[in-house]
Design a protein around this ligand. Sequence first.
Ligand code: 5AD
Length: 341
Amino acid sequence: MNYNSDCQNTNGSPNELDTLISLPITSDKIKTLLTATGDLQEALFSKARSIRREAKIDYCLFRGVIEVSNYCQKKCSYCAMHAGNKSIHRYRMNAQEIVDVAQTIFDSGISVIFIQSGQDPKIDPILEEAIPAIKEKFGCSILLCIGEKKPEVYQRLYSLGADSFILKFETSDPVLYENTTQSDHGRRMQCLDDLRTIGYKIGVGNIIGLENQTLDSIVKDIELSLALDPNFVSSSPFIPNQGTLLEHLPYGDFNLTLNCMAIYRILMPTCMVPTVSALEKIQKGGQLMGLNAGANVMTINFTPPSYREKYSIYSKKRFIVSLDHAIKTAEDANLSAVLNR
Ligand code: 5AD
C-alpha cells in the first residue's frame, strides 16, 4: 500500500519536529512522524541521535545469535519455517553444539548469548541443559527468542539463567495478527505478561509491510509498544520469503521502518533498539542508516553455516551479519563497539 496516501502532511519543516514530539503525543502526530520525508525526516533522525546521547548510549551493543532449531508449530504466512512447509530440511541442535557455539561467541568478546528458535517444544529440554552450562561457563547474559510457551517453561528457563526474552507482537491489530499467523493475538500478549511477571527483561516489536496493514495500524503498534514499556523494541521491514503465502508482496517500506525506529528511540530513550539485518538485505548500508536513526544494537550470526542456510527466516538469501560488518557499521555511526576482549 501507499502509506503516504492516508496522511496529508508528509514533508513538514524541521521546526515542526519539536511540536510533533511534545506532549501529548497524539496518533496524528505519530502519523506525521512516520511519514516524514526530506528535512523533517533528517530532523527526526538527528533528534533520535541526540536523545540517544542524552540517555548515555554512545555504544552499539552486540549480541551473538545461535539459531538452535528450525522446527516450528506456527503457521506465519511471512515465514518459510512455518509448520506446513514440507520442503525445508529441519534441524535441531543438541546441548553440546549450543554450548560450543556459545564459547565461540564469548571468545569473540560478545557478552550476550542470543538463542533463537522456531516455536519447537522439543528444544525446551535441550535448553534446560544448555542454559545452565552457558551461564556457569561464561556468566554472560542469555537472551531467548523461542516463541510462545507455558509459564512453567518460561519459569524453568529463567531459573536456569535466561534473563531476557524477545516475543515480538508483529502487529498490534488482533485481526491482522490472526490472519497473518493463524494464531491468537491474546495468547501472545498473555505470554508477554507471563514473561514480565517471571522477571524477564522483555523485547517486543512490529513488522512493517504486512498484507492489508494500514498506517493507522502502525501508529497503534507504537502506542502498544509504549504501553508495554519494554527493554528492547524493534521494527523490521517485511521481507518476501520464498515458500510462503506472502512471497508475492514487495519489501516493507524502508523509510517507514527507519522512521518507526527513530520514534521508538525518541519516545523510549533508554530502550535497546536493534538495527535488523533485513534493513541491510533491502539496501546496502541499511543497518548503518538504522543506527543513524537511533538504534544501538546489532545481532551477529554465529549459527554453524550448515544449519544457518536451513534457518530460512526473512528469505533464502538473507543478509548474514558478521562481526567485522557489525564493528565497521558501529564505527561508521560513531558508536563504540561493546566487546570485552
Ligand atoms: N519479514 C520480516 N520479519 C520477519 N520475521 C520473520 N520472518 C520475517 C519476514 N519475512 C521476524 C518476526 C519474528 C522474528 C523472529 O523475525 O518478527 O518475530
